[in-house]
Design a protein around this ligand. Structure first.
Ligand SMILES: [Zn+2]
Ligand SMILES: [Zn+2]
Length: 372
């Protein structure tokens, strides 16, 4: 038996998403069929649409899904039909990174998430007899149903029964990345200064987490005043518009001893190198922004070594889904992680409008809501 669904097919940069009928396989032993209720839109979806990642097009994208479990494979025990779940990235569970609960650095990340099929090359999704590229981040949740896996489907705790799935959906990627970078990767110390470059979903997630960690001051740098206002509302103690002000000069004035932490979400190498120059001894510059594959960074060796400084590449905020997503939900319930302020919902059939709103900067975190 298969499951019929409506899915938004991505045909590439210059073509709109088209909502079409597809069929999904029955879940295999380690798979979970989820009726999708909502799915966030993230910059990685845009990067795939623009052919910057290896996922072959056309494909069903969407990797911040949330919904209700419909059916589970014979080997899945941690969720059951009817459970409310969040979906995130997939991982193999048997490599040196997965072995130490650092699945964002899974040695098999690309085949588990980005090749359009299961790791054995089979399609999860079809149109007639033809396979459709899916299994994106082990889900492909721009659809009314998605096939996830035991390792990337996380049960929503009962304490969050009243929180809408449209609010919970975007926790599984960008917000988790920003918050995890601060709380897990860099493990920000209370009372230490941090500057966050870029106040999109990832940067704002980092600002909320920096407040939770007790960082001080928390300096947000962006080029949009509306985002800086939101940054202030969410915990930034100081904001700098990098377009009109000299950010480095202002940060030096605020933190004459240097920054304990700098967090870059822009991927702009000039900003990263400048952030490195602003570090205090033992300072860390954490990098999540994607640069061009051809780019390299340049640092002064004496300053790097002599100051015991660290340049840290970060993927997914070093998140271990099983522990960190429930942690974030608890922070949300306690009012410490009010990420609902970033969200605007769109009906599924307005996916093209929702992408536009995300790219123009009008909305920080567009979330699609599926028809019930
Ligand atoms: Zn792995
Ligand atoms: Zn994402």
């Amino acid at each position: 038996m298969t499951t019929s669904a409506q899915a938004a097919i991505c045909y590439g940069r210059d073509k709109p998403f088209a909502i079409e009928a597809v069929t999904l396989d029955d879940p295999r032993a380690d798979e979970v069929l989820v009726r999708i209720v909502a799915c966030g839109i993230c910059h990685t979806d845009m990067a795939v649409r623009d052919a910057q990642l290896p996922t072959p097009l056309p494909a069903i994208l969407g990797h911040e899904g949330a919904g209700i479990v419909e059916r589970v494979g014979s080997g899945v025990n941690h969720v059951k039909p009817g459970d409310r779940v969040i979906m995130s990235f997939n991982s193999c569970g048997h490599c040196p990174s997965c072995d130490i609960d650092k699945p964002t650095y899974c040695y098999n990340f690309v085949p588990e998430n980005w090749i359009g099929t299961r790791t054995d090359g089979s399609h999860t999704t079809h149109q007639g007899n033809a396979g459709v590229n899916a299994n994106f981040f082990g889900q492909s949740a721009f659809a009314t149903f998605a096939l996830g896996h035991a390792r990337n489907v996380v049960k929503v705790p009962d304490s969050a029964a009243d929180v809408p799935l449209a609010t919970l959906a975007p926790l599984g990627c960008g917000l988790m990345t920003g918050a995890g970078a601060v709380l897990r990767s860099m493990n920000v110390r209370s009372g230490m200064p941090i500057a966050i470059f870029g106040a999109g979903a990832v940067g704002l997630g980092a600002i909320m987490a920096a407040k939770i960690a007790g960082a001080n001051p928390i300096i947000a740098v962006d080029v949009h005043d509306s985002r800086l206002a939101l940054a202030r509302e969410l915990g930034a103690t100081h904001t700098i518009n990098g377009k009109t002000d000299d950010a480095a000069y202002q940060i030096r004035a605020l933190c004459p001893q240097g920054l304990g932490y700098a967090f870059d979400t822009t991927g702009i190498n000039k900003i990263i190198e400048q952030a490195f120059d602003l570090l205090a001894p033992l300072g860390i510059v954490g990098i999540v922004g994607a640069s061009s594959r051809a780019d390299s960074l340049t640092f002064n060796e004496a300053s790097f070594m002599g100051g015991g400084k660290r340049v840290m590449g970060i993927l997914g905020g070093d998140s271990d889904l099983v522990t960190f997503l429930p942690d974030l939900i608890q922070h949300h319930l306690a009012g410490r992680f009010p990420h609902e302020k970033l969200i605007k919902t769109f009906p599924f059939d307005q996916i093209n409008e929702a992408f536009h709103a995300g790219e123009s900067g009008a909305v920080v975190k567009p979330v699609l809501v599926m028809p019930s």
